[in-house]
Design a protein around this ligand. Structure first.
Ligand SMILES: Nc1nc2c(ncn2[C@@H]2O[C@H](COP(=O)(O)OP(=O)(O)OP(=O)(O)O)[C@@H](O)[C@H]2O)c(=O)[nH]1
Ligand SMILES: [Mg+2]
Length: 687
């Protein structure tokens, strides 16, 4: 349970914390986690991403691609409290793991760099945190490579945040290299040492003046939400240090400011100060439970923030306990049904799970074998299941790939693998396309889908091949015709006889298929007419161009029969023959699906989006300011589905990775000329 104790900074939350490490792609989150684990003694030596020796990113896919492809979780202890860190992937394609974990955390450390190109991504991540009301501090990493003044960096990053960035430390420069920092709240100067706590030094001369100025600026920002402090500043009274710490904690928790700390994750510089800031200033479980509307009581409540299917331990649901206690054997429910009985409570260290005792409120642990639980679920023990606290809907998918088991015998296993895959990563969806017997995985981008395919092989033992999914082309006709279809077979004994005359004519787009019976005088007996329609429908499954035929009207107008030889089968065949022989004479034409597309992007990329759309045969409908997103636009267009295929790749590369789009089917449109010929030829070749 959270208690309030007096730390050097006044009231601080005690007890277990859960902290997210988030930030733009490759900013150093996994390295920072490693530095934290080394600094807190959870591991002996700090590994590196380059050598593939970090606790985070321990999966084969993450190691192979040298990037985080899912959240890594590790629990350590610092000054008597337990801390669980969720190291989230920075790539926008894997952002769902971050979004699923965020609701459960007490605070987020946003790891970023002084890099203008990464500001849009930073803005996107900060918005998620702002929308969820999660306290956040910025860890300005890689300052060993800094080539600009920190104030300038803050100016660069500020537009990404809706609330002021509050510089809490300033660097000490030594021949164009940052050799240490001044903590503006503590008023102490430190010199960095590699993989060791920084050393306190005396401040003098120019550094002392810079400190005074920066400190005043920090206090001014704090005073915006503290009238008493404002008065003290105006009257030139030195505010008590405790008061400043209290303010820092309060304003972080109330999300009035985003404190900024400096560091070098690779060398573990600035890590201890970061941990101390978390210890004194981050809220704890009491505040987080209150934010989520969870009441303390006898009922246990937990939020699943990540799911693993491990080779040896089976399914693991990593959950933060928000209230009560969960132990081995606890039966848990989700809002939808029974989650299962907990088979083991585990401490998580990357991909390692270590059995432990029951977990109390505030702790983040893996719960074994909860078959009915999935990421994002609210688990509870009460008679009545707790309402879902924080359902997070994945972003709509933007790219698809068709997959097939390399070996036929794996088809059944593949189905099981899909279930595990989507349980681990709900931002993937698997769609079975009955029309062409294709299984398509939809996801958030090229790398996302590549990793999904790799996981099927490497984690679930079903190697697969992938290819672009089939576009849903159709064909129709442009000219009417009256066509006879006759099926007659006299081969000794019982013969076959069916004879029909069909009037075939085109219909407007979107009408589908219509069948009409205009037989008079019983020239085709009533009981055979459904068979004729069946034959027609069967023939329309693949028209003269090789695609399903739509938007046409077929009327049965005439025919004849034989009292002995006619049958359903014979009339079905006659119907088929009339269509197969008639359609090629009706000027068949290819139809392609056109989707309505909405691209969202920072406004400075809008012109580029128009160019991208034009190069993809799109009809641009216009653009508007994106509601609630200052500095962003929405571009609307209609565009052939075939061109949407890899649109996301171009959109991302033109927007530092933050542009995205949604689409939905709008209509079918005729496609003629060389492109249509190529599609028809490719279809024939595939048969
Ligand atoms: N110079 C320098 N390089 C760093 C620092 N921190 C991390 N790096 C390097 O930056 C690269 C990315 O580091 P990661 O820790 O994988 O970054 P990440 O934010 O976890 O990356 P994603 O999870 O893929 O977004 C690696 O090559 C690190 O060695 C730092 O403080 N200084
Ligand atoms: Mg990482």
């Amino acid at each position: 349970m959270a208690q309030n104790g007096r730390g050097p900074g006044g009231t601080r939350s005690a007890g277990p914390r859960c902290i997210a490490l988030v930030g733009p792609f490759q900013s150093g989150k996994t390295t920072l986690l490693e530095a934290i684990l080394a600094r807190t003694g959870a591991i002996q030596r700090q590994g590196t991403v380059e050598a593939g020796t970090t606790v985070g990113d321990a999966s084969k896919q993450a190691r192979d691609h040298r990037m985080s492809v899912e959240a890594s979780i590790a629990t350590t202890a610092f000054m008597g409290d337990s801390y669980t860190f969720i190291d989230c992937p920075g790539s926008i394609e894997f952002i769902h793991d971050m979004r699923a974990a965020l609701p459960a955390v007490d605070a987020a450390v946003v790891v970023c760099e002084a890099d203008e190109k990464k500001v849009p991504q930073l803005q996107l991540i900060l918005r998620e945190l702002e929308d969820l009301n999660i306290p956040r501090l910025l860890f300005l990493n890689k300052i060993d490579k800094a080539d600009k003044r920190v104030r300038e960096t803050i100016r660069l990053l500020q537009p990404a945040s809706r609330v002021p960035l509050l510089l809490r430390q300033i660097p000490i420069w030594n021949n164009d290299i940052i050799s240490g920092f001044v903590d503006l709240a503590l008023e102490r100067a430190y010199v960095y040492r590699e993989h060791a706590p920084s050393e306190i030094v005396e401040l003098a001369g120019e550094n002392l003046d810079r400190k005074k100025e920066a400190r005043f600026s920090m206090l001014e920002t704090l005073a915006d939400h503290d009238d008493e402090l404002m008065e003290q500043l105006l009257e030139d009274i030195e505010p008590p240090r405790d008061r400043i710490f209290d303010d820092l904690a309060k304003e972080l928790r109330e999300r009035h400011v985003v404190p900024v700390l400096l560091g070098v994750a690779t060398r573990s510089n600035g890590v201890l100060r970061l941990l101390k800031a978390l210890r004194h200033e981050s809220p704890g479980i009491a505040e987080t439970a209150a934010r989520l509307g969870v009441k303390a009581g006898s009922e246990a409540v937990a939020l699943v923030l990540k799911t693993f299917h491990t080779t040896h331990g089976g399914k693991m649901s990593v959950a933060r306990v928000l209230a009560g206690t969960i132990g081995d054997g606890t039966i848990l429910h989700t809002a939808e049904g029974e989650a299962g009985r907990v088979a083991g409570v585990f401490k998580v260290m990357g991909q390692q799970f270590e059995k432990r005792g029951q977990a109390n409120a505030g702790e983040t642990v893996a719960l074994g074998k909860l078959d009915g639980a999935k990421t994002g679920d609210t688990l509870s023990t009460g008679k009545q299941a707790h309402a879902a606290i924080a359902p997070v809907k994945p972003y709509p998918p933007v790219l698809a790939v068709a997959v097939q088991a390399k070996e036929r015998k794996d088809d059944v296993k593949l189905g099981v693998a899909f279930t595990k895959l989507t349980e681990e990563d709900p931002s993937l969806t698997v769609v079975h396309n009955a029309e062409n017997h294709e299984v398509v995985i939809w996801g958030q981008g090229e790398m996302h889908l590549r990793v999904a395919a790799e996981r099927l092989g490497e984690r679930y033992g079903v190697p697969v091949t992938t290819r672009p999914p089939t576009v849903g082309y159709r064909e129709t006709i442009r000219k009417p015709i009256t066509q006879r279809g006759r099926y007659k077979k006299q081969s000794g004994g019982h013969g076959q006889y069916g004879d029909v005359v069909l009037e075939i004519k085109p219909l407007p787009r979107g009408s589908g298929f219509q069948f009409e019976d205009r037989i008079t005088g019983g020239v085709v007996p009533r009981n055979y007419i459904p068979a004729v329609e069946e034959g027609v429908i069967d023939a329309l499954k693949q028209g003269p161009l090789g695609f399903p035929v739509v938007d046409l009207h077929v009327a049965l107008v005439d025919g004849s029969y034989h009292t002995v030889d006619s049958s359903d089968q014979a009339f079905r065949t006659a119907g088929r023959i009339a269509i197969v022989e008639g359609l090629p004479q009706c000027q068949p034409v290819l139809l392609e699906p056109i989707d309505e597309v909405e691209i969202v992007c920072p406004s400075d990329a809008t012109a580029k989006m128009n160019a991208i759309l034009s190069s993809r045969r799109a009809q641009i409908l216009g653009f508007d300011a994106r509601e609630g997103w200052p500095g962003w636009d929405v571009v609307r267009a209609q565009m052939p589905e075939a061109e949407i295929g890899d649109l996301i790749i171009e959109v991302r590369s033109a927007t530092s990775g933050v542009g995205s789009f949604t689409f939905k089917f709008d209509h079918m449109a005729e496609l003629t000329g060389r492109m249509a010929d190529q599609i028809v030829a490719a279809r024939r070749a595939a048969e």
